[in-house]
Write a protein that binds this ligand. Structure first.
Ligand code: BG6
Length: 490
């Protein structure tokens, strides 16, 4: 008799996320012996695949993800645990059928665990969850059951609340794992290590020393074949409400007392609660919206669409630590190159004794955390230029993953997250209150931009750094965007 079995049921198994990310991540975990023994992956979607076709699709995804050749043997073992079930989530009877298949696969396991992964169109989440409940599917015999839900979770505060209620009618919050794949990135987790495993940064990590914080998540790619989804969503829902606000909370949060899920998540929610709320009118002067030239010709974009593909925002965290320190956020598609970076710009020295080679002003100290693609940390400080009197210029002290560690050892974000969900560690997943607070922050901006009287987005050239208006947002405070990562700094 099998003691324990685990089924990972992926809804939306024929989609790109499943092929490109989830299955390669599961295979990689399998190769590292990090999956529970006797694990089974059950793909579910409307496409009529056989088990073998599903396996073939999985192997293609693994190859595309760059898995080195030579793993054929492990692949064959892994593939034996792959099964496919064709059905429609909107039909509870199909879920009853899936339940029967799961019971069969689980046999006489004493404890049958089930992880449900919703990799489906977000508008289907509510139906999927309530049909899961109606079909009695969630629980296997004697085991745990959990549900992983992809972003976007809602499209505004009201819809997120309604979705949370629908989810809670079927699952307890402790069973719900809302994913933001940025939290699975090694370098994002390293933010916590950087802050809380080193004693020298925390004393200066506050308004007394920090002048401003900048968070950039730039993408070189355009919306491409996701234009249909993107045009309804836009940059705020696609990137800001989730990824950028996550990064902000990790920079601004207080040290948790332990790394357990509830301490960590409490600290992050505290930050969101402290973010100053705008009225839609204030939002207008604290944000800039852009659209890259050519967006309107992308297939799937509605004519005259005013969807933003770029946004820059200025936020304030109204608490003891951060009062008065602007947090500038920017993100966009079709920008000069891909880079995710957090810049902490420190205050300038109170009294200048030396002249700088650069416009006779000293560059403030800058700490740059490069999250991707050239992962690492840079600290810029002034140094004396040899043989030039007391002239100085900024230099860079750097740590790069590529040289300090084996960069190839950096796993895909989904690997860590899937492993955590299987192990029941929710620290890197998003709690219901976090989701709702994050919507409360961006909703006024969405309202303002949705207003037909709102100014149209500023056009920017593909390959640029976005519209000039985003620079003006900082210039008014005497600041400018700083870029260190990506070889464009010192
Ligand atoms: C996704 C967004 O959540 O994140 C995409 O929907 C975006 O539009 C992607 O391209 C960026 O992720 P990464 O890991 O490439 O920075």
């Amino acid at each position: 008799m099998a003691e324990e079995s685990t089924a990972i049921v992926i809804f939306g198994a024929s989609g790109d996320l499943t092929r490109q990310k989830l299955l390669p991540a599961l295979f990689s975990l399998y190769c590292k012996s990090r999956l529970p023994p006797g694990v089974r992956v059950v793909g579910f979607s409307r496409s009529g695949f056989s088990d073998d076709e599903f396996r073939e699709m999985t192997w293609e995804g693994i190859r595309e993800a760059g898995e080195p050749a030579g793993l054929r043997e492990q692949w064959e073992e892994f593939a034996r645990g792959l099964t496919y079930f064709s059905g429609d989530l909107a039909d509870p009877q199909h879920l009853v059928g899936l339940g029967a298949r799961l019971d069969e696969l689980e046999g006489d396991s004493v404890s049958a665990n089930r992880l449900y992964y919703l990799s489906i169109a977000p508008q289907l989440y509510e139906t999927a969850i309530s049909n899961l409940g109606a079909s009695g599917l969630p629980q296997g015999a004697g085991g745990w059951s959990r549900v992983v839900i992809e972003k976007p979770f809602g499209t505004d505060l009201d819809s997120a609340r309604a979705l949370n209620e629908a989810v809670h009618r079927v699952f307890d919050e402790s069973q719900v794992y809302r994913i933001d794949h940025y939290l699975g990135k090694e370098t994002v987790q390293n933010l916590m290590v950087f802050r809380f495993a080193n004693a020298i940064f925390e004393p200066i990590w506050n308004r007394n020393y920090v002048d401003n914080v900048q968070i950039t998540v730039a993408e070189e790619v355009s919306v491409g074949d996701r234009a249909g989804y993107y045009d309804r969503s836009g940059v705020i829902r696609d990137m800001v409400q989730n990824h950028l606000l996550q990064l902000l909370t990790m920079v601004a949060m207080e040290p948790p007392s332990t790394m357990d899920a509830s301490s960590l998540r409490n600290m992050k929610v505290d930050v969101l609660k402290a973010i100053r709320r705008w009225t839609p009118k204030e939002a207008a002067t604290h944000a800039a919206r852009g659209q890259y030239r050519g967006y309107l010709s992308e297939k799937g974009v509605t004519p005259h669409s005013t969807t933003g593909t770029y946004a820059a925002l200025k936020l304030y965290v109204d608490n003891w630590r951060w009062q008065g320190v602007p947090f500038y956020l920017r993100t966009g598609k079709s920008l000069a190159y891909k880079v995710s970076e957090i810049v902490i710009q420190f205050r300038s020295p109170p009294h200048l004794l030396f002249s700088s080679s650069q416009d006779s002003k000293l560059t403030p100290n800058i700490l740059s955390l490069c999250l991707q693609p050239d992962e690492g940390t840079h600290l810029k400080f002034e140094a004396k230029i040899p043989d030039q009197g007391m002239d100085t210029r900024p230099v860079d002290m750097e740590f790069r993953y590529e040289t300090a560690f084996n960069k190839r050892a950096i796993p895909e974000a989904y690997e860590r997250l899937l492993q955590d969900a299987l192990e029941g560690d929710a620290s890197l997943f998003i709690r219901s209150d976090h989701i709702e607070e994050a919507w409360r922050i961006v909703d006024p901006l969405l309202d303002y931009w949705q207003d037909p009287h709102a100014p149209a987005p500023h056009t920017y050239e593909p390959g640029s750094w976005g519209p000039r208006e985003a620079d003006a947002l900082l210039a008014g405070d005497g600041h400018e965007w700083v870029q260190v990562c990506g070889g464009h700094g010192e």
